[in-house]
Design a protein around this ligand. Sequence first.
Ligand SMILES: Cc1cc2nc3c(=O)[nH]c(=O)nc-3n(C[C@H](O)[C@H](O)[C@H](O)COP(=O)(O)OP(=O)(O)OC[C@H]3O[C@@H](n4cnc5c(N)ncnc54)[C@H](O)[C@@H]3O)c2cc1C
Length: 388
Amino acid sequence: MIHHFDAIVLGGGAAGLMCAIEAGKRGRRVAVLEHADRLGKKILISGGGRCNFTNLHCGPENFLSANPHFAKSALARYTPEDFIALVTKHRIPFHEKTLGQLFCDRSARDILELLEEECREGGVSFFLNTKIQEVTRTSEFIVRVAGGAFHAPALVVATGGLSIPKMGATAFGYDLARQFGLKIREPWPGLVPLVLSGEDRSRYCDLAGVSAEVIASCDGQQFREKMLITHRGLSGPAVLQISSYWKKPQRIRIDLAPGAEVTAVFRDAKTPRTLTALRTEFRKTLPQRFADRWLELHAPSAWTNSALADFENAAHGWEVAPAGTEGYEKAEVTAGGVDTDELSAKTMESRKVTGLYFVGEVVDVTGQLGGFNFQWAWASGAAAGRAL
Ligand SMILES: Cc1cc2nc3c(=O)[nH]c(=O)nc-3n(C[C@H](O)[C@H](O)[C@H](O)COP(=O)(O)OP(=O)(O)OC[C@H]3O[C@@H](n4cnc5c(N)ncnc54)[C@H](O)[C@@H]3O)c2cc1C
């Protein structure tokens, strides 16, 4: 059977659905082809089941891309307020958790239902369990699936990145981009826990579950948030954030006592310069077990001012050389992707192939933790949807 549409959207996730909504609103006949048995599976598990659907303080600086200017246009034309207006229209209760991060009060299902309802209003057709066999282009795009084909003058690739393969992530979008001669920036797992080297693992990982507020920095970026020790390494928001900027064999620098001067107490000559006194001070900034372990491993070499200064510096600049990351199985996003030089920043259309669009995570634009990845999915999806 052959289906004719104005636009075919490959992938029924956040970006694909938003694109379909915007195009459907403008009277375009849109088909969304999704290989899973339901739409928006990642939306359902996002934000711990509550979907951190946007961030009030969203700006281009919250995104990682080889071209830091690329995302500006789409982000300016579909803002967090635009998505909040949709959420409000659907009477979905939400709250700001921290740092501008907006979450559903009830469940991420609310966001998926919102998108599905908007799609229905726009007359969007869904084809689930649809395995794409081949994409070709003659005077229009032809997408072959088992038992039929879809024809349309426009094709939107919204198949996401490689993160969480067990949820249906595939390299399909990158392969299709290559098929049409578009460049790819080699993808890597982002927002992912880091694995420590064997030596560091034996030093720290028995403390799994301990967390502390730190400043993690690497490659000119820094994040002041919680760090969590895991069975294999480090995680928590500060480490997830910095992981997107880290590449082996770089080191990550961790300030274990942000804003505090652990050894300040020793300026008072009356305070005895002992391990016990230092431990008491360090426990004010770090959880007890971590403070004690750090001191066992990095006790001052002497009680002189200069040795105390060295200790202070080491505590503010723990240099960690991770052995790797937990990979795509645990990564919240995939960084890299379709090179933004290949796309129009206004419409997401390929500069080389008329009618071919890429939106969402498959593009080399990666948000920081905190609702920015969905905001990019909404903004890039809307940019393409308005151009179809
Ligand atoms: C555990 C987890 C929690 C997250 N929480 C948040 C959060 O709270 N806030 C936030 O901003 N971001 C969060 N993210 C990131 C966010 O989910 C993604 O950045 C966003 O979903 C990307 O949207 P997308 O539409 O580009 O891709 P996806 O949502 O991945 O959608 C791609 C769709 O394409 C389909 N597909 C793939 N290959 C094919 C194919 N060959 N044929 C047909 N269909 C195909 C997939 O099944 C999927 O439905 C989270 C990610 C994870 C993994």
